[in-house]
Design a protein around this ligand. Structure first.
Ligand code: ATP
Ligand code: MG
Ligand code: MG
Ligand code: MG
Length: 581
């Protein structure tokens, strides 16, 4: 069936919706793909629904190809299975909860591990039944805190979720790999520019997981990558700086005098000589900002009174607290270094943590920079707040950097060079669940020896509705959307221009011929709409090939335009079907 613009349920808009922040949200609303029903809840209009179903079709084909079987669960679910897995609690405010007329608790499924586990438990009992992979493409509900990016982060959204069931770990790894490879095919076919990163398992639990992130500045996930191929969601990077060594266990401090009149330059030289860094040399900028922390010994004794950072007021009362003598809270300047030759008795470099406690500040040190560090101690006391005087980052009490605080240039945990930060949109997530759900819900089968074993599971999600938006994030220009052909609402956007009946007759015939040869057509057959408006709409809507039937028809020619490159070619009408197929 040719889609005709004259009757299509579509109104394109010239203005961006006021609540839209990301480009996919703006374009999908303006081009008439979706409409907001409530915050984070969207209706799909004819063009949008076609794209959504195209994405679903790709996902379905690749799932079927690895032997996964499609099922369909309800979205309205009883509380009990989620209580058994503890997720009724764990999910907190992000679950939509409701009660029936008898006051029994229900939820709208945010993900379905429990239900799949119970279904398999219900029907299967032997190792001979496994391996098994089941999937569904279904509406999920999460009461997201900030649903502000259109269908990128819906409170109702479409997810493909699959679950694998295996009797052994080796067999499980095959199921996991099969899913991983299917995901690569899916995201390749969706035309996304994406990376696979190590990820945290979050509320899903389990041991290991990987995410497929579409590269996009608007992405809400930050990941790190190194030239050596390391890639991880920052949520998962815990050990960029190794846990610090408490003062008492640290190697003996090595104290040394700095050059006689320490200027910033001599300090930088000294740092480079004594504590060379692998990723980049120390520079005056580091020193002046907040890298170098000096110990103050005005009387020449070994008892430090305070710490400071040359030229930086960052280390102030707020950070060091009242435990330090107020008089000692001066910010050090270059003059201080000149005035107090004994000032620079030691260094505290990057990776040094100060820990506030009742009687002062205690330092914990990254073992890689321990050399040459001078120590400051106070009595141990609970209630510590650990701060990184170096880089101005907060550390968790176990000494790791808060996930969101990983910095550009930090070493990769696998030692493969300085990390670079990038933004991405989480498109897919594959989890090695292990036995978390099968144990909680008692999914066991008899093995070859008649012994009961707990089944090993994986779960695998694709953001199907999110993919529609992510593709737009990856593929658009100022004029509108540019769909990859496989997901486009039509293969050809056919525009008839002018008032001449012959043009509309020829265009109508061409549309029918194209459809008959398997090419889907969105036909702009509107009368009395200017060519300018039609061209603008065609660019906004984003079908990858635009065909214009108009003035050239008198010479038997039509124009074929590539939406992405803008390249135009004239083609004889008689060759059109062969050319466009
Ligand atoms: P996010 O980090 O973006 O909140 P998630 O890690 O909570 O996602 P998962 O539980 O891993 O999501 O769900 C599997 C997939 O479902 C995700 O990889 C993502 O593509 C999609 N998804 C999750 N939440 C949403 C949402 N609110 N709107 C649209 N798609 C979503
Ligand atoms: Mg989430
Ligand atoms: Mg996530
Ligand atoms: Mg996830």
């Amino acid at each position: 069936m040719v889609m005709r613009m004259s009757t299509l349920f579509l109104r394109t808009l010239r203005e961006d919706p006021v609540d839209a922040e990301v480009v996919s949200h703006k374009l999908l609303v303006r081009a008439g793909y979706v409409r907001r029903a409530a915050p984070g809840i969207y209706s799909w209009l004819p063009l949008g629904y076609r794209v959504l179903r195209n994405v679903e079709a790709i996902v379905r084909e690749e799932m079927d190809a690895i032997g996964a079987q499609e099922v369909h669960f309800p979205a309205l679910l009883p509380k009990e299975p989620y209580e058994a897995s503890n997720r009724w609690e764990e999910y907190g405010d992000s679950v939509f909860r409701l009660q029936d007329r008898k006051k029994a608790d229900y939820l709208l499924g945010p993900t379905h591990e429990e239900m799949f586990t119970l279904l398999v438990k219900d029907l299967y009992s032997s190792y001979k039944d496994l391996p098994l992979s089941l999937y569904q493409i279904q509406t999920k509900y999460r009461d997201e805190a900030r649903p502000r990016a259109g269908i990128l982060r819906g409170r109702e959204f479409v997810m493909k979720d699959s679950y694998s069931f295996d009797v052994s770990d080796e067999s499980f790894m095959r199921s996991y790999q099969a899913h991983r490879e299917a995901y690569i095919k899916i995201f390749d076919r969706l035309g996304l520019d994406y990376v696979i990163v190590d990820a945290m398992s979050g509320a899903m639990g389990g041991s290991a997981s990987e995410e497929f992130l579409a590269n996009a500045a608007s992405g809400e996930d930050t990941y790190v990558r190194s030239p050596g191929g390391y890639a991880a969601n920052v949520e998962a990077v815990h050990t960029v700086v190794p846990p610090p060594v408490p003062y008492d266990d640290a190697p003996a401090a090595h104290v040394e005098d700095t050059p006689d009149t320490p200027t910033i330059e001599t300090l930088v030289d000294h740092l480079n000589e004594r504590f060379p860094r692998t990723d980049r040399p120390w520079s005056a900028a580091d020193t002046l900002k907040n890298v170098l922390v000096m110990l103050k010994h005005p009387d020449g004794s070994r008892e430090p009174l305070a710490i400071g950072v040359p030229g930086d007021r960052d280390v102030d009362e707020k950070r060091l607290g009242a435990q330090v003598e107020p008089a000692a809270l001066d910010v050090f300047t270059e003059d201080d270094f000149a005035a107090y030759p004994t000032l620079a008795k030691g260094y505290i470099g990057p990776g040094v943590l100060g820990e506030k406690n009742a009687s002062g500040i205690r330092f914990l040190v990254d073992p890689r920079v321990v050399e040459g560090t001078r120590w400051v101690t106070g009595a141990d006391a609970p209630g510590k707040h650990v701060l990184d005087l170096v880089a101005g980052r907060d550390f968790t009490p176990d000494g790791t950097i808060e996930a969101a605080e990983v910095r550009e240039g930090d070493p990769a945990p696998d030692g493969s060079g300085p990390l670079e930060l990038a933004r991405g949109i989480e498109m897919g997530h594959i989890f090695q669940l292990g036995r978390k759900y099968s144990e909680a819900l008692g999914l066991q089968v008899l093995d070859e020896n008649g012994k009961l074993v707990t089944v090993t599971m994986g779960s695998y999600g694709v953001g199907v509705s999110r993919a529609v938006a992510a593709i737009v994030e990856n593929s658009h220009d100022d004029a509108g959307i540019i769909w990859p052909r496989e997901v486009s609402p039509a293969d050809i956007h056919l525009v008839a221009t002018g008032k001449d009946d012959a043009v509309f007759d020829a265009a109508g015939q061409l549309a029918a011929d194209l459809e008959a040869s398997g090419v889907s057509v969105l036909y702009d057959d509107r009368r009395g709409v200017s060519p300018g408006v039609k061209f603008k709409d065609s660019e906004l809507v984003g079908v990858p090939t635009i065909v214009v039937v108009g003035r050239g028809l008198v010479d038997g020619l039509i124009e074929v335009k590539d939406r992405r490159s803008g390249e135009r070619t004239e083609v004889p009408l008689s060759d059109a079907v062969a050319h466009l197929r």
